[in-house]
Structures are given as C-alpha cells and as structure tokens.
Design a binder for this molecule. Structure first.
Ligand SMILES: Nc1ncnc2c1ncn2[C@@H]1O[C@H](COP(=O)(O)OP(=O)(O)OP(=O)(O)O)[C@@H](O)[C@H]1O
Length: 910
C-alpha cells in the first residue's frame, strides 16, 4: 500500500496515558455539557485496539470533572441523569435494566430520536454513577473472539444528562434550566469478520456491527462533504440515536484507536480514513435552555403583546420610517403656507378697503377741486407731498385739519401765499379746497364781509396783489421807501407787466409774505419799523419761513442788492415750507445759506457780529410822519417818498441817542437805500410807473447793485487806482458833510474808520450817495417850498451843529488838561487871553474842508472828546467789538444825556 499522509488534532502513542488523551483530546468537549451544550465522545477502532479501555477512563475523568464543577458552582442546582443502552445486532437495549427487551426508538419533535422506556437514573453522587457503570459493564454483551477474549460485541452509549438551574430562581415562574447531555460511545470493533475469524453467532454479530459502522461511516463521510443531500441517519439505530451528536447540536470528539501490529495495517488504514472523514464534519453546537412551562407561557404572552402593538400602533420615533418623517414635514409646511395665505388675504382686504376709501375721498373732493381749481392753483411740488399723504383714507382728514391749523397759527399772509401759489398750477391738494370750512373761515378772516363773494375773484385779486408786491420786492428798496400804504388796492396799481413778469416766479412768493406782514402798517414805513416788524415776524413765523430781509444786515445796501435775487429764491422755498406741515431739512439748509453773506462781501468784512447785525435801530417811529406824509401827498399831488423818508429819519434820529456802531452802519444802509430810492424816484413815482417802465425799474435795481459792487471789485484789481479814488471820494464826502451840516461826531467816526481800505469802498460809495441825495433833497425842498410840519427837522441849518459844538466845548475841560488846551489854542491860533477859548476851538473844528491836516486834527480832537479811539483797532474789528461800549458811556459825559454817533449828527440836519 502506498504511504498516505493524514492530519488529526492529536496523535497519541502507545505510551500515552488515558488521562493525557482525556485532557488533551476529550475534556473540553466533554465538559461542555455543564454549560448546556450537548457533547459526545466516540471511540472508533478495530477490536482490541483499546477503545473500551480508553472510553472507560475518559468517562470516569469526565464524570469526575463534572462533579468537581458542580461542587464549585453551588449557586446553581445540578441534576445528573444517567442512562445506558447497548445496540447489539441492531437492537437497543437498556443496560440499566435487567429486561433485555429491545427498546424502540421514537422520534420526538423537540428532543429528536429518543429511546422509548429507557431507564434514566438520577445520580445521587459519584459513587452512584460508579455503581451504574458497573451495572452497564455487566450488562454489556461481551464475547470471546480470536482477537479479544473480552471483545465488545455491541455499541455502548452511556448518556449523562446534566440539568442546571440558578438556585435563586428555583420554583419561580421565570426560572430556566440548562439541559445538555454527554454521550460516551464505545463502538464495537470495526474489523472484518474474516479477520476476527468469527463464524456462527459472531459472524452474525459482525454483520450488524459492520452495517452500523458502515452507516456511521457513510453519514460521517457525507457530513464531511457538507450538509447537502440525504444523510442516512435512519439506516442504522446507531446513527439514528447519535444523529444530534454527529451533525447537529453537539460537540463531538472522535478518538480512533489503532493497533501498531503490521497485520492490522489495513484496519489501521480504514480507521485513518474514517478519522479523516470524521474530522471534516462540522456541527453547530448551541446552548440548550429549557424553560419552565409557566415561564415559557409568560414569555410567549409578552412576545405576543409586543407584536400586536407593533401592528396596531406606530412605534417609537426612533423606529419611525423615513416616509413618515417626510410626511410630517410636509404637513407642517402646508400648515405654515395656510397661515401665510390667511395673512395675505387679510392684507389684501385691508388694502382694498383703503383704496375704496381713497376713491370715495377723491369723488367727494372732485367738485371742490373743479370749483376752485383756477384760484387755488398751487405749486406742484408744494402740494405733492400733502397730496400723497392725503391719498390715504383717514389721513386726508388730517390734511384738511392741518391746513386749518396751519392757517390759523400763522400770519394771515400765509393765506395769500397759498392762494397765490394756487394760481401757479392747476393741481392742488384736497386740503386746499375752498369747500373746506377751515379755508372759508380764513377767507372770512381776511375779507370780512366779502366772504360771500366769489372765491375765484378773491383769489385773483389776492394773487395780483401778491404778484405786485413780490415784484416790489424784486426791485427791493423802491417799495420800502414808499410812503404809500401798501394796501391791497394800491399794490394792485403796479404795472401789469410787472405782475406777469413775476407771475411765474414762485420764488418771489415769500416776498409777498414779508410785505403783507407789513401791509397795514406800511404807511408808517421806515427802516426802523421795518426791522422791528421783521423781528416780530421772526417770532411769529416759523424758522423755515423767515423773509430774507427780516434781519438787518450790517452790510451795505449794495450787498443786499447783490443778493436780492438769490434771497428771493430761498424765500420762495420758505414760502413753500410755510405751507407744509413742518420744517424741511432742505429748506433749513436754504435758510442757512441765505443767512450767509455774499462771499465777496464776507471776504472783506470779517468778524461781523450777530448782535451787531440784529440790533434794531434805535430810531423811534413817530406817527407824525403819517400826517406829514398825508399832508405832503395832498399838497403835492404825488408822493415824494424821498423827502418823507428823509424827514422821518431825521426826526427819529433827533429823538434818539445813537449808542452803537451798529446804528451807524445801519444808518449807512439806510442812506444807501435812500440813495437807491433817489434813483428810482428821480422824476417819477411809483404810482406813475407804467408797465413799460417796470422793466426799466428792474434794470435800475440791477444798476444799483452793480454800482455797489464795482468799488469792491476794482480796488482788489487795482489798489493804486482805489487809493486815488478813495482820496477823491473822501474829499467829496468832506465837502458834502460841510454842505449838509452833518454832525461833527459822524464826520469824525467816518473819517477815522474809513481810511482807504479796499473794503471801505462800499461804505464810501454809500456815504457819498447818501450825502448827495441829502444835498439834492434839501435843494429840492427849498425850491418847492414844501410844507413840512416841523421845518427844523428837515431843514439843513446849523443850529444842531452849533449845539453839537457847544457840547464838545463842555467836554474839553474834562478831556484835556490845561496844558493840553493851551497847546491846542496855540496850534489853532486862538489867543490865550481871549474869552471862550474852548468854544472858539469847537467852532473851528471841521471848518476848513480843503485842509486835510485841519480835518485830521479836528477828527482827532473830537474823537478824544467823545472817547472814541481808533488805536489798535482795525476797521472790521471795531465793527464788532468794543465800539458800542465806548460810545454808550453816558454817565461819564459830564452829565450830558447824549452820546455821540452819526445819528446824533444826523439830527443836526434838522
Ligand atoms: N492503553 C492501554 N494500556 C494497557 N493496556 C491496554 C491499553 N489499551 C488496551 N489495553 C488492553 O488491551 C486489551 C484489549 O483492550 P480493549 O478491550 O479495550 O479492546 P477493544 O478495542 O475494546 O476490543 P473490542 O473491540 O474487542 O472490545 C485489554 O486487555 C486491555 O487491558
């Protein structure tokens, strides 16, 4: 036979003990039974090879170890049951029973093949097992063969069933039991019958033995190739009983025994082949847990309830399927969208309701608009905001209320402004409707009994009035100097082309407001009243609606003229602002801009103080001027505005002490305005102006402005030219001072302050024009022999000048020391021994106008007498700093109640 290699788990030699074989090849499998796992230990080999010898030893060792395990695990209760069968000639026999009747094999669904009526002894102890083993050994069929005197002629299967339970759960419903069995199988010899030289009974035994072993071999071989096909367990009772141990729920260890004799080589090879096949068989052992019936019933009931719940109700969120989660998200989105739809529907309904309200408002206002559209034309941009506001229901009423409040809170001229602006556009705000009770009330407030008159006519008249007056303002000082009361009637007398000229000029609207504010009192018009009224107006009018000329500017008139048109523009915005509900930032900005002096003037007149600017003229308005004006008007048949104004100024000046430089400069401004009026009124009056001349009037105003600016600009371009021009104007002014008996103090002030600086040009120009006007006016008066109530006030005589010299004389003693006075007497050619030397000196001051040294010395003396010093002070600085306190030192004037300024000097004109 060819050598063949075989592989096994362990190979034990002849010298190996059974203990070693147990320990290394069977103990692990055998002791699995205590853990609830079925196990089997097989001994396969030819006869007399040591199978019985080995299995007896392994059984004893296993049982010994099992009892040792039980002793170590007192927490569990072990029950050992022992049974033993023998399969002899295919009959199962109970070795623990003396009855040799073969036992039937039964197929149990749970336990498999079971031996019916097999004796199963519960072991009491280890000794009890030994006794039973002894019984089994005694019962087993043994026969003598040629090879083994005590040859085992059957297959013996000792089965030890071990059940264990936790001691604490014993007797309870939830108790469970581990149940497993360990089989100790000692097969009969697999030798050939020929080899055993058996015949007769033994041959028959050998045939059954070989068939059982042949089936066992077939089953092992098939199991070693996988669990495919039919496994012939049922072909023999041996395989049928050992079916669980061969390929089922059990661990199996096969011990193959061989004889080392050369003569048994074929049996040895067959054993090796069997062993090789048996090594390939794979079993699936598992722990066998046996539950009690009650525990099993309760377990099954709980399991049933859980399954029913899963079917009937959704499980916990963790077990929620993806589709269920997605479905819930969709539901949430649908609900959210439904809420949004409801909100949008509400918003739509609200908007619809507002639209309906708006339509109703428009329908209600439409007739009123048509009715008053012509007279209530309004600046589109002025009404745009309000109209947009009033388009909302509920707000429209507020607009109407606002209009009422606005008109009542403001000066009545606001009404005219509104009416005037209405003519500028066919569009209007519903709140301007004349159907408004508030609006009618305003009309009634102005027109009195004429409220019932056609409103359109009223508006036309008012608009015409507005246009004329604003035209007046566009020509600036012409109307300011007019003594004619600027009433509705006489304002409408202005040329029609002037009206049309400024008709489109919305910017002049606010000019009307200023004039209208003075409307009723314009008869007593004067610069003083102008300033005072403007201040009053400043309080009554919103800051964003101030007239541009409400603040007396320290700048010369030409400065005002130069910015007159620019101011008109800002005024128009102010007018619009006055029609609005509140101040507008844009208009506020415009106000700030308009309060800024012209750039060219600002450059030369630095440090202009606000207090100086706003200080009202101390001139006191005298109602006598009204009478004079009326008388003059009646006598002459026309209004000589120039004379009346001069008379007014001189009369007012004679009654007031001039205490500040502001008054001085304001006076300059007034003189400049007079100069302008002089030009405007040269040969004609306002009433005589026709439409053709109105255009020329504009040009005149423009010329005045240009004239005023030229001296400012030329000196900058040609300083040398300006110096010559200044000296020329200075000499001319000095001559005019003398001719007009101008106050010595005024001469002194002016002479000291204006010494040829380029910025002086404008003052020089004004002073020159003012004096020229006065000289001409006095000449005219003397020619026309005008009947003036108080001739002393307007006649340029020397009485006032004489009184001024006397006042200066009194001051010499206090201002000059005796030594200084003597020096002055000598210098001025006054005899020291003569009488009234101081008066002589005073009477010589400012008398030699051709001698500049004389003029200069005269100014120096008077300046010292009145306490005015120019030392260290520049012209612009004196304008705003310390001049007023110096001149207002009344208490230090030797008891005199007068202080000295140009106003005082002007009073000497009377
Ligand atoms: N390992 C061993 N050490 C010492 N003696 C042994 C050993 N194995 C077997 N023997 C002896 O060999 C003889 C035969 O052994 P055993 O009866 O066990 O063979 P067997 O294989 O069971 O034979 P059979 O199949 O005929 O029953 C016995 O007398 C036994 O004492």
């Amino acid at each position: 036979m060819f050598p063949t290699a075989y592989s096994f788990d362990r190979v034990f030699g002849c010298e190996c003990t059974t203990r070693q074989v147990y320990e290394e090849g069977a103990k692990e499998v055998a002791l699995s039974v205590v853990s609830g796992i079925n196990s089997s230990i097989f001994a396969y080999g030819q006869t007399s090879s040591g199978k019985t010898f080995t299995m007896t030893g392994i059984t004893e060792y296993t049982v010994a170890d099992i009892y040792d395990y039980i002793e170590k695990h007192n927490e569990r209760a072990f029950v050992l049951k022992f049974s033993a069968i023998e399969i002899y000639n295919e009959a199962v026999r109970d070795l623990l029973s003396t009855d040799s009747t073969p036992l039937r094999l039964l197929d149990d669904p749970e336990r498999g093949t079971v031996v019916d009526k097999l004796t199963e002894e519960v072991l009491r102890d280890w000794d009890h097992l030994r006794e039973l083993l002894s019984v089994c050994e005694a019962q087993r069929q043994i026969g003598e063969t040629s090879l083994n005197e005590t040859s085992s002629r059957s297959h013996q299967i000792l089965r030890l069933m071990i059940e264990s339970s936790a001691c604490e759960l014993l007797g309870k419903d939830n108790s469970s039991t581990l149940a497993a069995s360990v089989n100790f199988v000692d097969l009969a010899g697999s030798e050939r019958a020929s080899h055993a030289l058996s015949a007769g009974t033994r041959l028959k035994e050998g045939c059954h033995i070989n068939r059982s072993l042949l089936t066992l071999g077939t089953v092992i071989r098939k199991l070693s190739k996988g669990r495919y096909g039919h496994i012939p367990y049922r072909d023999s009772k041996l395989t049928r009983i050992l079916q669980p141990s061969l390929g089922g729920n059990a661990k199996t260890a096969i011990i193959c025994t061989m004889s080392p004799a050369r003569s048994h080589i074929e049996q040895s090879r067959n054993t090796l082949l069997f062993a090789s096949c048996a090594k390939e068989v794979v079993t699936s052992a598992q722990v066998n847990v046996v539950m009690s019936d009650k525990a099993l019933v309760k377990h099954l009931q709980r399991e049933l309830v859980r399954l029913e719940n899963e079917v009937r109700a959704p499980g916990p969120p963790s077990s929620m399927s993806y589709s269920e989660t997605l479905l819930k998200e969709k539901d949430a989105r649908i609900q959210k969208m439904e809420r949004e739809i409801r909100e949008l529907i509400q918003q739509r309904d609200l908007a619809k309701s507002r639209l309906e309200d708006l339509l109703r408002v428009v329908e209600v206002d439409q007739p009123s608009r048509e009715y008053c559209q012509a007279p209530i034309s309004h600046s589109p941009d002025a009404c745009e905001d309000e109209l947009s506001i009033s388009t909302s229901s509920g707000i429209a009423d507020q607009s109407i209320d606002f209009g009422f409040t606005n008109f009542n809170d403001k000066d009545e001229h606001y009404l005219y402004l509104l009416e005037d602006s209405n003519e500028l556009s066919g569009d209007f705000s519903p709140r301007h409707s004349v159907s408004s009770p508030a609006y009618n009330g305003l009309i009634s407030e102005k027109n009195g009994d004429e409220t019932t008159r056609d409103t359109g006519e009223d508006f036309e008249d008012l608009c015409r009035e507005v246009q004329c007056i604003e035209m007046e303002h566009s020509t600036l000082n012409r109307s300011e100097t007019s003594n004619t009361p600027l009433t509705d009637e006489n304002a409408s007398l202005l040329p029609a082309n002037m009206i049309s000229k400024c008709h489109d000029d919305q910017d002049s609207v606010f000019s009307l407001k200023g004039y209208r504010n003075l409307g009723d009192s314009v008869m007593d018009f004067s610069f003083e009243t102008l300033d005072q009224k403007l201040k009053i107006e400043e309080k009554t009018i919103d800051d964003h609606a101030k007239p541009c000329w409400e603040e007396p500017s320290p700048l010369p008139l030409v400065g005002d003229l130069s910015c007159s048109r620019r101011k008109k523009l800002t005024r128009s915005r102010s007018c619009r602002a006055a029609l609005m509900t509140g101040p507008s930032p844009m208009f506020q900005d415009a106000e700030q801009n308009e309060n800024t002096p012209p750039t060219d003037l600002e450059n030369d007149l630095l440090g202009r103080p606000e207090s100086f600017v706003r200080k009202p003229l101390p001139l006191n308005y005298d109602c006598e001027i009204e009478t004079a004006s009326a008388a003059d008007s009646q006598s002459s048949g026309h209004i000589d505005s120039v004379d009346l104004l001069n008379a007014q100024i001189m009369k007012s000046a004679s009654k007031e002490d001039i205490t500040s430089l502001s008054s001085f400069v304001a006076g300059l401004k007034e003189m400049a305005q007079i100069q302008l009026i002089n030009k405007l009124s040269d040969g004609q009056t306002i009433k005589e102006m026709d439409s053709a001349e109105a255009h020329e009037d504009f040009e005149v105003a423009k010329d005045v402005k240009d004239v005023g600016l030229d001296p400012m600009q030329n000196p900058m371009e040609s300083p040398s030219h300006w110096t010559l021009e200044f000296k020329r104007q200075q000499r001319e002014i000095i001559e005019l001072w003398q001719a007009c008996n101008v106050s010595l103090v005024h001469r002194t002030y002016f002479f000291i302050l204006f010494k040829g600086d380029p910025s002086d040009s404008i003052y020089m120009e004004v002073e020159l024009r003012r004096l020229s006007f006065l000289k001409r006016a006095f000449s005219l008066k003397s020619i026309n022999n005008l009947a003036i109530k108080d001739d002393s006030n307007i006649t340029p005589d020397s009485r006032a000048l004489r009184r001024e010299r006397e006042m200066l004389c009194k001051r010499m003693q206090r201002r000059y020391s005796p030594e200084e006075r003597e020096d002055l007497y000598r210098k001025w050619g006054i005899d020291i021994g003569s009488k009234q030397r101081r008066l002589q000196l005073a009477r010589r001051l400012w008398t030699e106008t051709n001698d500049m040294d004389h003029v200069r010395e005269s100014a120096a003396i008077i300046a010292k007498l009145i306490g005015f010093s120019e030392s260290g002070q520049a012209l612009k600085e004196m304008f705003g700093l310390s001049f007023a306190p110096q001149v207002s030192n009344r208490n230090s004037s030797g008891g005199s109640k007068r202080s000295y300024s140009w106003k005082h000097g002007m009073s000497t004109l009377g």
